[in-house]
Design a protein. Structure first.
Length: 147
């Protein structure tokens, strides 16, 4: 589990830090992410990649030390989930979207974890693909799976 001396990286007023406890606000945002992912083609596979069981509890990911909290002016702006060298998810609160927070957060994550090499994107999710391209990542593999 994360500790109070978890790394924090700042970019002007935006900060990322490893999450060591689940607030109600973060849990609600994560629940919104799960619902949105499950409604999207490929979302079930993504959620299955995050969890070993059907519990889908954010605390499990926090315990694994793979959740990063994104804050702006000390308020929750979003979160990222990183497993190994893969960005599994990055979500910005709907009320603060379209302000460059996702790109800045990804740049901060890359500064903190230079070995971060891959990012997952659901089929047809052009905004996530554009986000990854904005930091120089290129699509390199598309996995097709029989249903």
């Amino acid at each position: 589990m994360g500790t109070s001396d978890s790394p924090t990286v700042a970019n002007d007023e935006l900060r990322i830090s490893r999450c060591d406890l689940v607030s109600n606000e973060l849990n609600e945002l994560f629940s919104e992410f799960v619902v949105a992912a499950l409604a999207h083609r490929g979302g079930t596979a993504l959620i299955d990649e995050l969890f070993d069981d059907n519990k889908r509890d954010l605390a499990v990911l926090v315990e694994r030390d793979c959740v990063w909290k994104i804050s702006r002016s000390e308020e929750l702006a979003g979160f990222a989930v990183v497993q190994g060298f893969t960005l599994m998810a990055l979500m910005v609160k709907p009320t603060v979207r379209r302000q460059g927070i996702a790109r800045a957060a990804l740049q901060l994550l890359l500064r903190e974890m230079p070995n971060l090499r891959d990012g997952l994107s659901l089929p047809g999710d052009r905004s996530t693909k554009s986000l990854y391209e904005s930091v120089g990542w290129k699509a390199r593999l598309l996995t097709m799976r029989a249903e």
